[in-house]
Design a binder for this molecule. Sequence first.
Ligand code: PEP
Ligand code: MN
Length: 354
Amino acid sequence: MNHPLYIAGPCSAESLEQLRATASQLREISFTYFRAGVWKPRTRPGTFEGHGEKALPWLNEIQHEFGYKIAIEVASSQHVESALKAGIDAFWIGARSVTNPFTVQEIAESLKGVNIPIFIKNPVNPDLKLWIGAVERIENATSSTIHAIHRGFSVYEKFRYRNDPNWQIALDFKIERPDIKLICDPSHMGGRRAYLLELSQIAMDLHFDGLHLEVHHDPSIAWTDAEQQVNGIQLQQLISAIRLKDRNDNTTEQILELRKEIDNLDEKVLTILIERMKIAQKIGTIKSAQNSTIYQAKRWLELKERNVENAKRLGLSEELVIQLLKLIHQEAIRIQASYVQQEDKNEITSGKFS
Ligand code: PEP
Ligand code: MN
């Protein structure tokens, strides 16, 4: 069982005393990087935007006093330059910066020839390509080790968590870049300490490589992100409550047998889908002859309603059934549309309109 990589520390570096107090609560915990925000990207002006360069010597104190490796956020070439000069051990690029390729490129340029671990958070919008693009920009500039951090995606409407985890994007990231370690940030994802355990557990169950957790010696007085931070004792409790899973692929005979059954069923599903598409195509020819529209909202609503009822009766997830049917129905519409377009083209080229 690989031990997960932990990044722990306060949202912001508020003062040397606060950093010291937090660092000393972490003495018993085995983590890789002590994090602290020095330049804070805030959503609205007029809030604490970090102490900037002034905080770097405080972090040097923590390095020397506790022997911790320090990670901070960089959002410009100026930040990179100052942080390198101060001997900071690792950088992360925040979600807001990753959204902007110019910013990522600027950071990449300033990292040329530098070898320092870089953590790249997902962009605030659910865009896998943008996230991977940021990784590639940094990769093109330096041979530094790159890690990714999944912190969820901004939402407009009120939601259980501060950010939508949209785990699928993180899993797709893993598929595209299995070579890059993926860390989960349940602090920014959940936005409240009450959600840390459930999100951390999901991340471990999904085979993430580590966790990024915000820790403050006294979260009640934290200047930023107070609701999501925990103190050192709470962090220790959290870490011991997380059930770590065996990361080896323990495929037993029994699993292989069951997978065979699943494979057979998948094949049946595909065969049935082909049958369904053939019928949709037949309907397409009739719609074309009748000159009626392909998409008929009433039909879709009826179909959805009936199947949601079926899903309930059969004990299947409503969400699954709706998403599945949406895909199937869209494909049927696409098949019908391409038939009708072909027919229209034939009419035009056969001179019917000349
Ligand atoms: C942070 O980690 O301090 C931070 C600002 O996070 P994010 O970029 O994920 O919002
Ligand atoms: Mn924070």
